[in-house]
Design a protein around this ligand. Structure first.
Ligand code: SAM
Length: 291
């Protein structure tokens, strides 16, 4: 039988089930098996690896994962795809399908139940682009026993994820991802490998989880809020941005300026020039300046 990730097989499956794509669910299916092999080679998946896939679609990527991994657990929100997947993937006995929204799923319990017999756990996904950031942050903020991520996403989001300071793409997302992982782009992906072809270019990003976060923070949500505040208006200095966010603007300019200086940060700098470590300094000082 031909691979699912081919034009002819995909068309055949879609016709058989009268399947119509839901744009609102980010449904763009992979029709090129070479792209899949190339990412799986990089992901180092072996018969000792447990894989979590988000959004299997009709199983294009799932099939190739099942050939290499010990086990694949795939979360698919679209109920219409479950009978399709049960059909297309019927030859594999190492796939568990879960008909759930990945943002609502209890991933920790699923890992405990399904991956007792693996050496490492990897997330591999051609993500639904409309929720790329919430999906990644949901995985990362839970501190799950997942070693690495190979995720396809809109190029513009991938650029922001792997950007460093003093670049246009650098922002609070780059910092949040850097806090948890080592991130890098591993491959550009042309629009032509999807059906239907999306309007945007795509990219595959590798995230390797850090053993411990890059800096010490007691409240990650508050820390990320503070980093977002620094980018509210990119052209403004950090001092002026923080005038807007601190204490609903009630904190005095002088006080914020002193707080930044005590963290070793020139208040005239812009958010885009600050590293994750420098934001951590600001965050830790800002707690002393409360009230
Ligand atoms: N993996 C398939 C492929 O590469 O051909 C399909 C990828 S498609 C870009 C994204 C998939 O994610 C779709 O199957 C869509 O129904 C599913 N999806 C969308 N939102 C989801 C969510 N919140 N939880 C789980 N799956 C979701």
């Amino acid at each position: 039988m031909k691979d699912i990730a081919t034009v002819s097989r995909t068309k055949e499956v879609l016709d058989k089930y009268g399947f119509t794509f839901k744009k609102s669910l980010g449904q763009n299916f992979l029709i090129d098996v070479n792209v899949i092999h190339s990412v799986l080679d990089k992901a180092g998946i072996t018969d000792r690896t447990g894989v979590i896939e988000v959004g299997p679609g009709i199983g294009s990527l799932t099939e190739q994962l099942a050939k290499r991994a010990r086990k694949v657990v795939a979360f698919e929100i679209d109920q219409r795809l479950i009978p399709v997947l049960n059909d297309t993937l019927s030859a594999y006995d190492n796939i568990d399908l879960i008909n759930e929204d990945i943002l609502k799923a209890d991933i920790r319990t699923v890992i405990q139940e399904k991956f007792q017999d693996v050496d490492d756990i990897v997330v591999v996904a051609n993500l639904p682009y409309y929720i790329t950031t919430p999906i990644l942050m949901n995985f990362l903020m839970q501190d799950l026993p997942i070693n690495r991520y190979y995720v396809m996403m809109q190029k513009e989001v991938g650029d922001r994820i792997s950007a460093g300071p003093n670049t246009k793409a650098y922002g609070s997302l780059s910092i949040a991802i850097d806090y948890y992982t080592h991130a890098k782009t591993v491959q550009q992906v042309p629009k032509t490998v999807f059906m239907p072809a999306p309007n945007v270019d795509s990219i595959i990003v590798e995230l390797i989880k850090r053993e411990t976060p890059v800096v010490s923070i007691d409240n990650e949500e508050q820390f990320f809020k503070l980093t977002r505040g620094a980018f509210q208006q990119r052209r403004k200095t950090i001092l002026n941005n923080y005038m807007l966010v601190f204490e609903d603007g009630k904190k005095k300019k002088q006080e914020i300026s002193e707080m930044l200086q005590s963290a070793g940060i020139d208040p005239k700098r812009r958010g885009e020039s600050l590293t994750t470590g420098e934001f951590a300094e600001i965050y830790n000082k800002s707690k002393e300046y409360k009230g």
